[in-house]
Write a protein that binds this ligand. Structure first.
Ligand SMILES: [Zn+2]
Length: 294
């Protein structure tokens, strides 16, 4: 066999092999486990004992990754081009978000007694991610009078999109409002609930006016240009106690300037867990029901 014949034979063999062993397709699903921090929050009008571990009666997703929700939101949003307040709230362009506790910012109750929140979901989400979003919405349906309904012609609605970060407006804006769930960082049950709660009008737990009785803010580890994220707000606490286990609480390393240095430390018991990312706490659900008079 001459050289040319040998090369041809070799090529044929290689072609045969490549057909026999088709390349395996990489699963596009991306769930990063790289984050590990915790969030916290505070603001109470009552003197109740703060909630420390008070999950709602809801089944847990065994696949739920074990890292901090707030940190993940903040990490995901780090490169976001949106102007975000407190890490994941879209800054209102036409009015002050703090005025959101007047009823204009709330979704309306229909004659049936249910509060309907129209939504659309971008086609960017494949079916298993749409299922995740539906599952988070169902958790509201089971535990409150909130009903997320596919939009027909309503003027005010939420459009769920795969933008660069996890973020939402605060409360009902009256028109089309984006709720972003980035496919790479936000497709976690507790994060979806967190953003939906913002859209329903809830602020971060650690911005409560009474938070200083429950957490210590370590200003020395907070970059000056992110300090506004820790400002106290005039929040409506709906007669519920400060809730360390709220899904709306920042983690203890939120916006830290130094790895391992806490920006939020629970007080007086510094070991209390904050910044959980599993699901809404009992208090989160209680407030939801009180705000909307379910
Ligand atoms: Zn948030």
């Amino acid at each position: 066999m001459d050289l040319r014949a040998s090369i041809s034979l070799l090529l044929l063999l290689l072609i045969g092999l490549s057909h026999a062993l088709p390349a395996t397709e990489e699963d596009a699903e991306d769930e990063s486990h790289a984050f590990s921090d915790e969030p916290e929050d505070s603001d109470v009008t009552t003197t109740e004992t703060p909630e420390t571990s008070n999950y709602a009666d809801e089944e847990t997703d065994p696949e739920e990754p074990d890292y901090d929700l707030t940190t993940q939101i903040l990490d995901t949003n780090n490169a976001s081009t949106e102007f975000l307040m407190e890490g994941d709230l879209v800054a209102p362009k036409t009015r002050n978000a703090l005025a959101c506790w007047n009823n204009q910012c709330l979704w309306r109750k229909s004659r049936s007694g249910k509060v309907e929140v129209p939504y659309t979901i971008s086609r960017a989400f494949p079916s298993h991610e749409r299922a995740r979003i539906s599952r988070a919405m169902d958790s509201f349906h089971r535990q409150s009078c909130i009903r997320f309904v596919p939009r027909s012609r309503q003027r005010a609605f939420i459009t769920i999109e795969n933008r660069d970060g996890c973020f939402s407006s605060l409360g009902r804006t009256g028109g089309r409002q984006v709720l972003s769930l980035n496919r790479r960082g936000c497709m976690v049950h507790g994060i979806i609930q967190h953003e939906l709660l913002h859209a329903l009008g809830f602020q971060h737990e650690q911005t409560r006016s009474d938070r200083d009785r429950y957490v210590k803010i370590n200003w020395q580890y907070i970059q000056s240009n992110t300090r506004h994220n820790f400002r106290k707000r005039n929040t409506n606490n709906l007669g519920t106690g400060y809730d360390y286990s709220s899904v709306l609480h920042y983690g203890r390393y939120a916006f830290t300037t130094r790895r391992g240095a806490e920006t939020i430390t629970p007080y007086p018991n510094r070991r209390v867990q904050i910044g959980q990312r599993t699901r809404m706490s009992r208090n989160d659900i209680l407030r939801l029901n009180r705000l909307y008079r379910c």
